[in-house]
Design a protein around this ligand. Structure first.
Ligand code: MTE
Ligand code: MO
Length: 519
């Protein structure tokens, strides 16, 4: 026999690398079919994404924090990569266990298929057809594995091109499987991305508020001296969420289900929402994860419906303590009811941001904006469900992960210029930055250089106590290395503590300081 130069395995079993290839291709086919059907039936039905979601949500906090620290905010990506690696390894294992007979690999296909079904059923945003996606994955995975396994084995058993299956037939089948699966993944992704949300956003049109925010006064910021502008452009606004892929909801499809401890359960459509008056407010959002000196803080002119008016409509019952809100992709958030009922606070169901409908990444079509509370307890994007309940009744996403149940924003300040490590000209040096105490207001900001006396900074014109305030102050500095530190005092008389606290569990504290060189 003048066979090919590859080592010939015993005639009744597959060479290890062929077996591994068959296993990996079976897994790839399963994932691809699931992804494609997931795209067809809509929602978040892709079993691959669903499993990655579950892995991320069920990982120990320490692991999630580690992933976030090590790889920036992309814990979602880490979860997907992790699942992909495990799937490849399982494919290899299944192949190696199936060198003689196919049933170990087929068993793995069934186990993976069931895992996919369970994960998809846990997804919030999956319709009744959603289960078709993991089922398609199971069927595709098992059939492709069985088929390739048969071809490979037939080729080993009759190792002559004339008798039965040739090497080319097997290679063609494998290559075809890989290519087909690749196309299916791309098509599934394309389908999932093709809901015309941008079209829906464009059709919302101009949002004119009945209650407008006053025009920005001159001197609302010291941007010329290095502070941020008072309003943050949408493209520069910080973004924090757990979404793997942006939830895509059109305004036409959006609904908010309101239930729990209310007199009248209600489901609001976007059209229903537009029958309320629109109020415009300048609000500074802040993330509880913001480190001292960090940049997870931004300000926008939001337009939306007063939440307290919606609460009046449904009649929140006595004893309801929290609003548990849920996003389209199943993230939950717990907000104290009394804050939402306060007309002074004017929490909003926001639909617009800085003169346009909400950008997709900031919650289109509808999100919550609650001045004075960190985002994780207030700012639900893509909000679709409201349940009024007690604090003991339910807990929310981040509370379950060790963060505090209540999250009022702490009075803090930041130096924006000079930057830490910067070189400046010796002589007159302007130190400038931001301070915030949402709903209380900033009373004064003090800065000191090299632990000298505190000097009171000049404050920008106040726009609203729900947003940040800019400050600046000049120092005379000789050549050399210097340190500047800042502390703010709010209108309740509270001066920022020097005590350093980490963001966990309820927000960082401490004075921000920078070191700079004067030359
Ligand atoms: N659906 C959803 N909404 C969410 C979150 C999320 O993970 N999912 N994160 C919250 C957190 S922690 C913050 S700080 C704010 C950030 O809002 P932004 O991305 O518009 O700045 O959104 C909040 N709303
Ligand atoms: Mo946050």
């Amino acid at each position: 026999m003048t066979g090919p130069a590859e080592p010939i395995a015993p005639a009744d079993r597959l060479p290890a690398r062929i077996a591994a290839l068959v296993g990996v291709l079976g897994v790839f086919a399963a994932v691809a079919a699931g992804h494609l059907v997931g795209g067809l039936v809509g929602g978040d039905a892709s079993p691959f994404r669903a499993v990655a979601n579950q892995v991320r949500d069920r990982s120990p906090d320490a692991v999630v924090e580690w992933a976030k620290q090590t790889l920036g905010t992309s814990d979602k990506f880490v979860a997907q990569l992790g699942v992909a690696v495990v799937l490849v390894l399982l494919g290899v294992l299944a192949g190696l266990l199936s060198r003689k007979v196919a049933w170990p690999g087929l068993t793995l296909a069934v186990v993976l298929g069931i895992t996919g079904i369970v994960a998809v059923l846990q997804q919030r945003d999956v319709g009744q057809l959603g289960v078709l996606a993991p089922v398609a994955g199971l069927v595709a995975g098992a059939s492709v594995f069985g088929w390739l396994h048969r071809l490979a084995l037939a080729r080993v058993e009759n190792d002559t091109p004339a008798a039965g299956v040739s090497r080319r037939t097997f290679l063609k089948a494998s290559g075809g499987t890989a290519a087909g699966a690749g196309i299916a993944v791309a098509a599934g992704q394309w389908l999932a991305d093709s809901v015309d949300v941008e079209g829906s956003r464009a059709s919302v049109g101009k949002l004119v508020a009945q209650v407008k925010a006053p025009p920005l006064p001159a001197g609302a910021d010291f941007a010329a001296d290095g502070t941020p502008t008072f309003l943050t452009a949408n493209a520069d606004f910080y973004r924090i969420d757990t979404a793997f892929v942006l939830p895509r909801i059109t305004a036409q499809d959006w609904k908010l289900r309101i239930h729990g401890m209310v007199d009248k359960e209600l489901t609001l459509s976007y059209a229903d929402l537009r029958r309320f008056r629109l109020v415009e407010r300048d609000v500074t959002l802040t993330c509880v994860s913001n480190e001292v000196g960090g940049d997870l803080i931004s300000t926008a002119r939001f337009v939306g419906v007063p939440i307290h008016e919606v609460l009046d409509l449904v009649g929140v019952r006595q004893g309801a303590q929290q609003l548990l809100s849920t996003s389209k992709d199943g993230w939950t958030c717990s907000t104290p009811v009394d804050v939402l009922q306060d007309p002074e606070r004017m929490a909003l169901l926001a639909i617009g941001m800085n003169g346009e409908p909400l950008p997709l990444e900031h919650g289109f079509p509808v999100r919550q904006v609650v001045p004075g509370l960190y985002g994780y307890v207030s700012a639900t994007k893509w909000v679709v469900d409201w349940e009024f309940t007690t604090f003991s009744g339910h807990s929310a996403y981040w509370t379950d992960r060790g963060w505090s149940e209540q999250g009022p924003i702490k009075t803090e300040s930041r130096i924006d210029t000079p930057k830490d490590g910067a070189s400046v000209g010796a002589g007159k040096v302007t130190v400038a930055g931001i301070a915030w105490a949402q709903n209380t207001g900033i009373d004064k900001v003090e800065v000191r250089v090299d632990k000298g006396p505190w000097q009171q900074a000049e404050l920008s014109t106040e726009v609203t106590d729900q947003a940040w305030r800019m400050w600046r102050v000049k120092f005379d500095v000789p050549p050399g290395t210097h340190t500047a530190a800042v502390r703010a005092t709010d209108r309740d008389g509270y001066t920022q503590t020097e005590h350093h606290a980490d963001p966990v569990p309820d927000g960082a504290t401490g004075w921000h300081s920078v070191e700079f060189d004067a030359k």
